[in-house]
Design a protein around this ligand. Structure first.
Ligand SMILES: CC(=O)SCCNC(=O)CCNC(=O)[C@H](O)C(C)(C)COP(=O)(O)OP(=O)(O)OC[C@H]1O[C@@H](n2cnc3c(N)ncnc32)[C@H](O)[C@@H]1OP(=O)(O)O
Length: 411
């Protein structure tokens, strides 16, 4: 401590009252009373910047734990906090602790409880919960020796009770989807696809929420529709078990026979979701005649665009991406000529924006560091442009390989 100024000493003491919001928030989806004491049922947010700022930190407490527990079916919510010590404004020049409960309460629909005993008393109400809307699909997955049952439901906001249920459900997106915002529930063009685990307690069927997806039905001029997948969340205890792919495919299945649907788009997909989408789309395209190995080697074709659009409702841009993934899969990378021809084909596509100005540059911005993208890009020397394309190409190839790995493992 010797040599420390008063200021830095104060700073260190103040810092000891700061904690990482992502760590101290404890979520649970509670099925039974014993879950409350079982650490293995706890999960944490991926992000908290929407509530606690860029630093994602909470100031003013030592050993803080913020409990946000939801009953697994009805999503009856309990929020409370505990801590070992709270900063005293008297001792620290009037510095106040963050008002954690107020920050969280602002985002929660009314009706959550702050008393754990009351929450526990409400848990049995979950036994009478029935999912909203219509069941579209059910499937089983095995976990160890257990076979677990899942069901996917479709509903809109007209289903009685769903509006309030959705208000509780969507609180999760702030903690798991970057840049997410709550949706306008007065717009009837929103559709909801809900994933539940079905299990039994004393022979009574129970439904516990596992994830959901929202889709907005845009109009496409003149008389078509263009559904846009907007928010997808598989809750952490259910991630990486194939549910994301299952949910997306179930929604796709409802679209194929609807002639008014032009194509299906996705709003600002995260990298993880794009991989799920690529996997599902590639798996489906693999069954189309135009995407067979011999055709892929001949290059991207109108047939592919038409096939993917008519049979799978894919946009041209996504179809091109799937073509690149499946062509890479069909390419023997040890065959120098074949691999070179593939790389050239992708780089030609990447090079296209160089030929033009304006908004196409955005496509490159997506794969390259913003500071690398200069307004004078078009006037770059050839060598620099090549290095640039090489880097962009490598990023795409890396993403594609992950999708191919999954196709090879699970298709
Ligand atoms: C439009 C938007 O909303 S973008 C925002 C998307 N949402 C988010 O990012 C919120 C937080 N994340 C999530 O909700 C989920 O992780 C999602 C939606 C991104 C993906 O859902 P998941 O159910 O985890 O997807 P799914 O299980 O189908 O695939 C994920 C991974 O699990 C792997 N996987 C699938 N089944 C299994 C299995 N049985 N065993 C092990 N791994 C498996 C897949 O190979 C895939 O691996 P990869 O990430 O290396 O490619």
């Amino acid at each position: 401590m010797a040599g420390m100024t008063m200021n830095s000493l104060l700073k260190t003491r103040l810092e000891s009252f700061r904690c990482c919001a992502n760590d101290v928030i404890h979520f649970k989806l509670v099925r039974q009373k014993s879950d409350l004491e079982d650490d293995s049922t706890t999960f944490h947010p991926d992000m908290t910047h929407q509530l606690f700022g860029e630093q994602e930190s909470i100031f003013g407490y030592k050993d803080l734990v913020v409990e946000m527990f939801y009953s697994a079916s009805r999503l009856t919510t309990y929020v409370n906090m505990q801590y070992f010590e709270k900063i005293s404004p008297n001792k620290f020049d009037g510095i106040e602790p963050d008002n954690v409960m107020e920050t969280i309460a602002k985002e929660m629909p009314p009706g959550f409880v702050t008393n754990k005993d009351e929450f526990t008393r409400l848990l049995p109400k979950d036994a009478s919960f029935k999912p909203y809307g219509e069941m579209l699909h059910s499937y089983k997955i095995s976990k160890g020796n257990d076979l677990r049952n899942f069901e996917i439901y479709h509903t809109d906001l007209e289903t009685p009770g769903f509006r309030e249920y959705h208000e509780r459900l969507q609180t999760f997106i702030l903690f798991f989807i970057d840049g997410a915002s709550f949706i306008d529930v007065d717009d009837s063009r929103w559709h909801f696809y809900l994933l539940f685990e079905k299990y039994k307690v004393n022979e009574n069927p129970m439904h516990a929420i596992a994830g959901y997806m929202t889709v907005y039905n845009y109009y496409a001029y003149p008389e078509k529709k263009r559904p846009r997948v907007s928010q997808v969340l598989i809750l952490p205890p259910f991630q990486k078990q194939g549910h994301g792919a299952e949910l997306l495919q179930t929604f796709y299945n409802t679209c194929y026979s609807r002639s008014e649907i032009k194509d299906i788009t996705v709003e600002d997909p995260s990298e993880n979701f794009q991989r799920v989408r690529d996997y599902v789309d590639a798996r489906n395209c693999m069954d189309l005649a135009s995407f067979q190995s011999d055709k892929l080697q001949l290059g991207f074709s109108d047939n592919m665009v038409q096939d993917a659009k008519n049979k799978l409702k894919l946009s041209k841009r996504q179809t091109r991406r799937i073509y690149e993934i499946l062509r890479l899969k069909a390419t023997n990378v040890n065959d120098k000529e074949q691999y070179r021809s593939y790389r050239l084909d992708v780089k030609k596509r990447l090079n296209a924006p160089f030929q033009k100005n304006g908004r196409d540059n955005k496509k490159l911005e997506k794969v390259l560091q913003p500071n690398e993208l200069s307004a004078t890009m078009n006037s770059w020397p050839l060598e620099q442009r090549h290095a640039y394309l090489e880097k962009a190409y490598e990023e795409f190839e890396e993403q594609y390989k992950l999708v191919i790995d999954r196709l090879e493992k699970y298709h």
